[in-house]
Ligand binder design. Structure first.
Ligand SMILES: Cc1ncc(C[n+]2csc(CCOP(=O)(O)OP(=O)(O)O)c2C)c(N)n1
Length: 639
């Protein structure tokens, strides 16, 4: 283990109370030591990077000016909260960040009382902080502060606006800190981004803001001014602000800024001022993602989560495994989509803010008019796709399994009920790894399986993914079609092999056997195939079926299996509750078969974070465990 040494000021700070003992003139030193500590640690232990560097000054200023943990800070998404973790009792464990059994990469209530709200998915902070603020109001805790720190990317999510809309009339004590760095993971998109740039650069607006600041400055010099005076000043200013049509003011917020989000002393002063102003307030801070580490400032997308790197040269290390690597599933998706779209003008691509993560950027580059990044807006992505489909387009809407949860009603109400031809490609299905429970794609098999009209499929390897995408694009298969695949890569494939149309609802038998049948769905089939080969060496004869589809499920195979076998094992890379195994059990019950069915998959509990293989091992999801399960089912002594 490599020891990371904190600088002399940071060394003195275990908790924010100690930070508050530091003289204001030394805060800049604290920020540079904190920044260095993150660079030192993330370069050798990995994790998110640029976002935390961009909010160092904000983090220090917030904990300095506010009385945390009594005052509550909600970090939106939470990938930028490393500085917060280090300042709130977790510096000595920070090297375990995102590692198995170590600190979570995101704020988590069970980890620290300073983590006011568990996060991972974006755009929740305003609603959560507002809930806290209203609760404080109801409890008569009127001095308590509630702060949502939200990025300009996260602000593109509809929920953020739902929160703003409510907060603007709730009259509760909430401060929204808008961390505007013009970036999501990829460059931020949409009209809101343009608007934020406009109010940052408009000379008339800024002249007016300067007047506002002068007035506020006077107020703060008065010390404890009465709410009455503040309200009067506010009302006078508000008219002017509205004349300059400020979106946030129009929504009932008091808007302050834009300010330099890297001037820690100025930020402290502003936060101390804002504390005295009741009601909803928004502070617009301009920051630079990756601030203080030149390569990260330069290529902000690459340095969102770069992996391990040399902190001196900025070289990002390649993964150790040599030789030709099989392509990642996401890249197979991206390249295949372009190939399909070249031959079919109706195909378009839709991603909610994940061009790099899903490899939709391949199509965005090749066919910029036909691929859309719609912002962090999964619900919109699905209904936008539905709209496209009503006009005969064939949208491939790519959303990580975990983020699709957001858009469930749109999947049901806007797509499935109207039987529209939208292809849902769900990346990161299964255990996501170091991002942990907020990002695991555990639930999509059950939640897609119960939707009428929906085809639910999963490829066993990359070649099957190509064929499923091709099949899903065909007019004769018009209707909602979902394809799930995991993070990472599988096998080397021959890109030149022509597409093969797969029959919907048909699985395939991969090996014959007498003692037991193993039914797999998706990439779990690769583990099953290894297990079957190993079992054969021990004279255990297992049949293996790759089902490909959970809905419609291959009834011919299931009749064959239940007629022939007393013992059946199902395996899927998702929760065992309501998933593929459950579909098999339902079939068995509906057709009055009787067999011993064992379901393998993810247990009905929260699986934490760690390397994917560590987590799969913990869940007993590997070839060895399948072999052991087969033997125990057959009553064979396990050697
Ligand atoms: C609902 C949801 N969709 C997508 C993501 C993936 N994601 C994580 S961070 C991020 C960008 C956030 O941008 P911003 O809020 O501006 O923060 P920054 O990283 O720029 O500091 C995205 C799209 C997510 N966490 N949640």
């Amino acid at each position: 283990m490599m020891k990371i040494n904190p600088g002399p000021h940071l060394k003195k700070i275990q908790y924010p109370a100690q930070l508050r003992e530091i003289a204001e003139e030394d805060l800049v030193k604290v920020t540079s030591e904190l920044r260095q500590y993150i660079i030192d640690t993330v370069s050798v232990y990995g994790g998110h990077f640029g976002a935390s560097l961009g909010v160092i000054e904000l983090t220090v200023a917030l904990h300095y000016a506010f009385n945390t943990p009594s005052d509550q800070i909600v970090w939106d998404v939470g990938h930028q909260a490393y500085g917060h973790k280090i300042l709130t009792g977790r510096r000595d464990r920070f090297h375990t960040n995102r590692l198995y059994k170590g600190l979570s990469g995101f704020p988590k209530r069970s980890e620290s009382e300073y983590d006011a709200f568990g996060v991972g998915h974006s755009s929740t902070s305003i609603s959560a902080a507002l809930g806290m603020a209203v609760a404080s109001q109801l409890k008569g805790e009127n001095d308590k502060q509630h702060i949502a720190v939200i990025g300009d990317g996260a602000l593109t999510g509809g929920m953020a606006f739902e929160g703003l809309n409510h907060a603007g009339v709730a009259n509760a004590n909430i401060i929204v800190v808008l961390n505007d760095n013009c970036m999501s993971i990829d460059p931020n998109v949409g009209a809101l981004k343009e608007y934020l740039t406009d109010i940052t650069t408009s000379p008339t607006y800024n002249k007016f803001k300067a007047d506002v600041w002068k007035a506020l400055d006077k107020l703060s010099k008065l010390g404890q001014v009465s709410q009455d005076i503040i309200s009067k000043v506010h009302d006078t200013l508000k008219g002017g602000l509205l004349r300059h049509s400020n979106l946030f003011e129009a929504l009932g917020f008091r808007y302050f800024g834009p300010v330099d989000g890297h001037d820690v002393n100025h930020l402290v002063k502003i936060f101390n001022d804002l504390k005295r102003i009741p009601g909803p307030k928004l502070l617009h801070c301009i920051t630079v993602k990756g601030k203080g580490f030149a390569p990260a400032e330069k290529d902000q997308t690459k340095w969102h989560a770069p992996g391990l790197f040399d902190k001196v040269t900025g070289e990002i290390y390649k993964s150790a495994s040599g030789g030709a690597q099989p392509p990642k599933y996401q890249d197979v998706f991206g390249n295949t989509l372009v190939e399909l779209a070249q031959n079919n003008k109706k195909i378009v691509g839709v991603t909610p803010a994940m061009p790099s993560g899903s490899s939709m950027n391949i199509m965005m580059k090749a066919m910029p008019d036909r691929a859309f990044d719609v912002g962090i807006a999964e619900q919109h992505a699905v209904t936008f796709s539905a709209g496209l489909a009503t006009q005969g387009m064939v949208p491939f809407c790519n959303i990580y399994s975990t983020f699709m949860q957001r858009a469930y009603d749109q999947v049901v109400h806007d797509v499935a009920l109207q039987n529209l031809h939208v292809v849902f490609c769900m990346d990161r299905a299964g255990l996501a790894g170091a991002d942990g429970p907020t990002h695991h794609g555990m639930l999509d098999i059950p939640y897609m399986r119960c939707v009428p009209n929906m085809v639910v499929s999963a490829p066993m390897n990359e070649e099957e993914l190509r064929n499923l995408m091709y099949t899903a694009s065909l007019d004769k298969n018009a209707g909602p079609f979902s394809i799930r695949y995991p993070r990472g890569n599988g096998v080397l494939i021959d890109w030149k092999r022509p597409f093969a149309e797969l029959e919907i609802g048909k699985g395939r038998k991969l090996s014959e056997g007498d003692d037991i049948a193993i039914l797999s769905f998706g990439t779990a089939g690769n583990l099953a195939a290894v297990a079957v080969r190993n079992l054969a060496k021990e004279n255990v004869s297992a049949a293996h079926y790759d089902m490909r589809f959970v809905k419609p499920i291959d009834e011919a195979i299931l009749h064959e299996v239940f007629r022939k076998y007393r013992h059946v094992i199902t395996i899927e890379d998702g929760t065992v509750v309501g998933g593929f195994g459950s579909a098999v059990l339902e079939f068995m019950a509906d057709h009055h078969y009787h067999a011993d069915v064992v379901r393998m998959g993810m247990p009905d509990k929260i699986t934490e974070h760690g390397e994917q293989n560590e987590l799969y091992a913990e869940c007993g999801f590997d070839a060895k465990s399948i072999q052991a399960k087969v033997k125990s089912v057959l009553g064979i002594k396990i050697s």
